[in-house]
Design a protein around this ligand. Structure first.
Ligand code: ATP
Length: 335
């Protein structure tokens, strides 16, 4: 039995989490779920969006599966996702972007992986108004040598372990000569330790165009926090949308697995959210726990359901989409 902290989250979170847990349990992976809460609903109920018990549970069990958490825009509490990443020093944000047969999308056969630095850059939390009239504000991007080295090394190590051919460093070193320039310099130096892996770099504005025009040219991408956030949503759009994109936040001793999408309040409570993104996050989690066989079994079942296309949620099949729970039933039937 492996213990995993489960945070259902907000909006569509509880629905997709329930579906994913059913599939993982049915696979026989032997997970004991430790219930915990966080997010806007928790804030409304307890006055704290990230209760101490939740932090302690993750600290104790070191692996969590987390539904999306709503962060109020502009005001209110700070992003809980950002707080969790900082609390547990989850410096790698791993986002595989893979096309599945049967899914209508702009590109097919795409298979790339984004490594986003997860703890610093423009998301360091250093921002404030610079005068009492609030007429101007500043946000500080902090990029450290230590933080850059460990995310870039993680990308190269991943490439080597998974027989990937190329790592692309994405930056804006022509303008942001210190922060982005340092990141690029560190990447180019580290690349020399990995002569078996091709390394190139792209300025972020060129990169977005290249990703839209020729995404198959990329393999592993590594970049700083804000660029990684934007690039990974763009990449999800290339393979059929947010419903299929998993993410993992990984540190040296703790990992939190999640879907890339947010709480999607527009479809919350309707039982129509696609559970695939969180399920694929669950697959990453099972691999992290060494349960490779169960991970493959679940991914294989999902692949069949997506290919068949009749038991998928409305985001994938507008005419005959089924409920979240029915899609989960179909995946279970294919295990
Ligand atoms: P948040 O504020 O929590 O980031 P959001 O609504 O701004 O959430 P997302 O939740 O990421 O952003 O979703 C954007 C849109 O994509 C949603 O409005 C929804 O229609 C669609 N969407 C996201 N996730 C899913 C899903 N799992 N299944 C189906 N549609 C989804």
């Amino acid at each position: 039995m492996s213990r995993v902290v489960c945070i259902p989250g907000d909006g569509i979170g509880p629905g997709v989490t329930h579906a994913v847990r059913r599939v993982i349990d049915a696979s026989g992976a032997g997970i004991e779920w430790i219930e915990a809460s966080a997010g806007l609903a928790t804030f409304e109920l307890q006055g704290d969006p990230l209760p101490q018990e939740t932090i302690e549970a993750i600290g104790k069990h070191r692996v969590a599966l987390k539904g999306p958490l709503t962060t109020p825009v502009g005001s209110g509490f700070r992003s809980i996702n950002v707080s969790l990443r900082k609390e547990f020093d989850l410096y790698v944000n791993l986002r595989p972007v893979k096309w599945f047969e049967g899914v209508k999308s702009l590109f097919t056969h795409l298979d790339l992986v984004i490594f986003r630095e997860n703890t610093e850059g423009l998301y360091s939390g250093v921002e404030h108004y610079i005068d009492s009239r609030k007429s101007a504000a500043e946000s500080v991007a902090i990029v450290t040598r230590y933080g850059s080295e460990r995310i870039i090394r993680a990308a190269f190590e991943y490439a080597r372990k998974h027989a990937r051919k190329k790592v692309t460093i994405v930056h804006k070193a022509n303008i942001l000569k210190f922060t982005s320039g340092m990141f690029l310099g560190i990447g180019q130096a580290l690349a020399k330790e990995y002569p078996d892996i091709e390394c190139d770099d792209k300025i972020v504005d060129n990169m977005v165009m290249q990703l839209v025009m020729n995404p198959e040219r990329f393999d592993v991408i590594v970049t700083t926090n804000l660029f990684g956030d934007i690039l990974s949503d763009l990449a999800c759009g290339l393979i059929g949308g947010l419903g299929l994109a998993p993410g993992a936040n990984i540190g040296d001793d703790t990992a939190i697995f999640e879907a890339v999408h947010g709480s999607a309040t527009d479809i919350a409570g309707k039982n129509i959210a696609n559970p695939s993104a969180l399920l694929l996050a669950g697959v990453l989690m099972l691999r992290h726990l060494g349960k490779t066989e169960h991970a493959e079994k679940i991914e294989g079942a999902l692949v069949k359901v997506l290919k068949d296309g009749t038991s998928v949620t409305p985001d994938l099949n507008r005419e005959q989409g089924v409920h979240t729970d029915n899609m989960a039933d179909a995946i279970i039937a294919n295990l």
